[in-house]
Design a protein around this ligand. Structure first.
Ligand code: NDP
Ligand code: 8X3
Length: 252
């Protein structure tokens, strides 16, 4: 049976790599994000392998989320897998120097956005025989690190919501998996540091970080397991990273 996967934040990084990987497995894909031109480019690429639907919305805006999901054509309204991936960090400052807009954007995207999308996609999953929600958390949702404050809090919330979904949706037969990456080189640091390329590059200096494809491979594996097996929670780190902050950097 052909399965449909709904991926938020597919215009870049982990979401994009996951879409490309799952296209190889013949999943039908609903790819979403705000940057329409990137969605269209990816759609063209994916169409060579599978069927694709693009939805262009901001996860922070419940009206947009609702309207976009209502607009899904009937033949696409059976969703087997939801990958809540859209998210970001904004800034890296001590809590007393934190920027209010940064806090709002992280809370609105990483927590409220994930909830909005889940609320509207769940009814399209309920009739499926196998249903799976994958939430992209972070090592930042397991450990708080210096100046990580609000970003860490949002990822701790994702951790809590994954556990809550697993409990609340148990009787309905949902699998819920939390995927928690460590340092992964994507647009993540560039966005955290507001486009400062030097600062973003420094994050990965002297180490081999994870690539988005590494996370996509793990998601592919998680989805390949038989229906009675679920990975509840998985943390994936570059070999050079032991904890959120202990990283072995080569100096030359
Ligand atoms: P990228 O910045 O490369 O990708 C983020 C994606 O999220 C983009 O497709 C972006 O799309 C989308 N997005 C952001 N804000 C919104 C919004 N308001 N509405 C809709 N889509 C949005 O980063 P990553 O691939 O690294 O990040 C993916 C997830 O992985 C995030 O949840 C992040 O917290 C998590 N993560 C990342 C780690 C890392 O080291 N890179 C480590 C641990 C977790 P667009 O801008 O087009 O809307
Ligand atoms: C992103 C990883 O360690 O920069 O979630 O917070 S980290």
């Amino acid at each position: 049976m052909e399965k449909t996967v709904f991926i938020t934040g597919a215009t870049s990084g982990i979401g994009k790599a996951t879409a490309l990987r799952l296209a190889e497995r013949n999943y039908k894909l609903i790819i979403t994000g705000r940057r329409a031109h990137l969605l269209n480019e990816l759609e063209k690429q994916l169409r060579q392998k599978t069927r694709v639907l693009t939805l262009n919305f901001d996860v922070r805006d419940f009206k947009q989320v609702e309207k976009s999901i209502q607009s899904i054509p009937t033949e696409w309204k059976k969703i087997d897998v939801l990958i809540n991936n859209a998210g970001l960090a904004a800034g890296l400052n001590p809590i007393d120097k934190g920027d209010l807009n940064d806090w709002e954007v992280m809370i609105d995207t990483n927590i409220k956005g994930l909830l909005y999308v889940t609320k509207k996609v769940l009814p399209l999953m309920e009739q499926r025989s196998e249903k799976h929600i994958i939430n992209i958390g972070s090592i930042a949702g397991k450990e708080v690190y210096l100046n990580g404050n609000v970003y860490c809090a949002t990822k701790f919330a994702v951790d809590a919501l994954s556990k809550a979904m697993r409990i609340d949706l148990l009787e309905k037969g949902f699998k819920v998996t939390a995927v928690n990456p460590g340092m992964t080189e994507t647009e993540f640091s560039l966005i955290r540091f507001k486009g400062n390329k030097e600062q973003a590059k420094k994050v990965y200096e002297g180490i081999e970080p994870l690539k988005s494809e590494d996370i996509a491979n793990v998601i592919d594996f998680i989805l390949s397991l038989p229906s009675h097996v679920n990975i509840n929670d998985i943390t994936i780190m570059p070999t050079a990273q032991a904890t959120a902050t202990i990283v072995h950097r080569k100096t030359e």
